[in-house]
Design a protein around this ligand. Sequence first.
Ligand code: SF4
Ligand code: MG
Length: 328
Amino acid sequence: ARNVVKRFGKPANFMRASSLVHAVSNVSLSVRRGETLAIVGESGCGKSTLGRVLLRLLEPTSGQVFYEGTEITALGQREMRRLRRELQIIFQDPFASLNPRMSVRQILAEPIRLHRVATGRAVDERVDDLMRTVGLRSDWADRYAHEFSGGQRQRIGIARALAGGPKLIVGDEPVSALDVSIQAQVVNLLGELKQDFGLTLLIVAHDLAVIRHMSDRVAVMYLGEVVELASADNVYEAPLHPYTAALLQAIPVSNPSARGQRQLLQGDVPSPTAPPSGCRFHTRCPHARPRCTEDHPQLETAGDGRQVACHFWREIQSAGVSVPARGE
Ligand code: SF4
Ligand code: MG
């Protein structure tokens, strides 16, 4: 993605104020073949929108998206359709994303036919294969989606994404609608499928807990911007951006005695129709200084292939403060 911008709504005119939502603001990043890149941030940060723009399920307002050297934002409908089989999505809500009037066999046969993976009788065999691949019994394919549990439905959603033989799958919070006890199973399934089929995964998530063991790199988004991008190890062990540190603090801890020391992120996310001036995080940042309200920090390279958008990451890091210290 190069300088991707996505806005929704209408700009101001003499009749009314702007209702423009700045969903994604000038994001540039790359997803490497074979990796799992997680995009993490609170709701409204633009992470799902970015995921859709990268697949060109949404048109960017400006900027470019490239896939294996081809600018897909410049492709016509027909060329895009041909690429579609390689670029798939798994939706957040497995209850809403499967047509209740279709059997699972019909749901899975559709992309198989569309992408000409198989024809005739071979379609049914392919459906049966897909069912087994995602850990479901093939003879269940003739049932309807409502006959399955949430976790099973998400497996069907994953089977549908696999049907055309994809290379890149975007998972839009693929487990956040599921019971916690089921989440790990689906995360593990995604990990296995990634290995077996040589997939590249982009996983959108609203917290850092779920994706901890599956991501190679993590991009942290705040109000439409990437504020930190680094290897998962760096993000979890030594975050550079105060917002990343705050998200880490929000991960539930199992040790009750450690709970009292946690400082959760204060305040609400400001409206994306009117993002704060300067650093967009300054209204909630425990390290904010006067400069932060005026001067917008750019994503800069911080060594070790890491990127961070904060004026004071060096000072914050050398002070050994990796967690918010508001009130101290
Ligand atoms: Fe906080 Fe300022 Fe850094 Fe923004 S630039 S994260 S407000 S210290
Ligand atoms: Mg979302």
